[in-house]
Design a protein around this ligand. Structure first.
Ligand SMILES: Cc1cc2nc3c(=O)[nH]c(=O)nc-3n(C[C@H](O)[C@H](O)[C@H](O)COP(=O)(O)OP(=O)(O)OC[C@H]3O[C@@H](n4cnc5c(N)ncnc54)[C@H](O)[C@@H]3O)c2cc1C
Length: 232
């Protein structure tokens, strides 16, 4: 389906959010799913004109779709970053099984590495929109605060009752007053009471997701869903 850029904005260092409109067709998705975005390639890109992006905005805003990404030097990202309001692109597919469990009683731990926050932002914004409170804890790892997309919105969610707790963990920020370093087994055991029985959802670059899934295995946690952002 054809979509048109409505707005773009910087949401963290080197990280842009893009809002597209789909005037001709309604978009249907479940929070956590991805869209495959196809751009008219003006510069060469060895991986071609399409990339998958988790949808950021909650379902129900049926003619608009937001995605967010780290901008780099690939042809695709350069064209995306240079798009102007009204420019056309295509969504060639919407899909994915990385969605909230149907059982609303499950105690969920969302673990995001960098831009891997996108599917969780969608799920959480959808819960806020529906005023549905579930027991969700967020563990969100970034290099530093300037690199942390959606920091303000996410840090308001625990006080508003949409998160049990949010841990912003920085790997390279000496001045960060909160937790620092890589999330390891000790960090999870110390901060997530009853972790063995929680439902873990992990999203981000493959290295991050692979590392966390090893940590969860070490801790004997088996109820785990993974979303690897292949391409990073
Ligand atoms: C289901 C699914 C959902 C996805 N959702 C998103 C999404 O919401 N947002 C998004 O940005 N991408 C998402 N991706 C990945 C996306 O499709 C691209 O593959 C990715 O953005 C890389 O884009 P690029 O090929 O233009 O290369 P680049 O952006 O240039 O990235 C490729 C290279 O840059 C380096 N790199 C740059 N940033 C990082 C980083 N943060 N961590 C590790 N290495 C890095 C690595 O060396 C890597 O090889 C998703 C992928 C899948 C499969």
């Amino acid at each position: 389906m054809k979509v048109y850029l409505k707005y773009k904005k910087e949401i963290a260092d080197d990280t842009l959010l893009f809002g597209f409109d789909s005037p001709d067709e309604a978009l249907s998705y479940t929070p956590g799913q991805y869209a495959c975005l196809k751009l008219p390639l003006k510069y060469p890109d060895e991986k071609g004109p399409e990339r998958y992006f988790s949808i950021v905005n909650p379902a129900g805003q049926d003619r608009s779709i937001e995605i967010a990404t780290r901008i780099s030097g690939t042809g695709f990202k350069q064209i995306l970053a240079g798009m102007q309001s009204g420019d056309a692109a295509k969504i060639t597919k919407i899909g994915g099984k990385f969605i909230l469990p149907q059982d609303v009683a499950k105690e969920i731990v969302m673990v995001a590495g960098g831009v891997g926050i996108t599917p969780f932002k969608c799920m959480l914004a959808d819960l806020v929109l529906k005023e549905e409170k579930r027991r969700v804890t967020l563990l969100y790892s970034n290099k530093n605060k300037a690199n942390t997309a959606f920091y303000d919105e996410l840090s308001q969610m625990a006080p508003a009752g949409y998160l049990v707790n949010a841990y912003f963990v920085m790997t390279r920020d000496e001045s960060w007053p909160g937790p620092r370093g890589r999330m390891n087994a000790r960090f999870i055991a110390d901060n997530i009471p009853g972790y063995a029985k929680r439902y873990f959802m992990v999203a981000g670059p493959p290295n991050f997701v692979g590392g966390i899934s090893q940590v969860l295995e070490e801790l004997g946690i088996s109820d785990v869903r993974l979303e690897k952002f292949f391409g990073y």
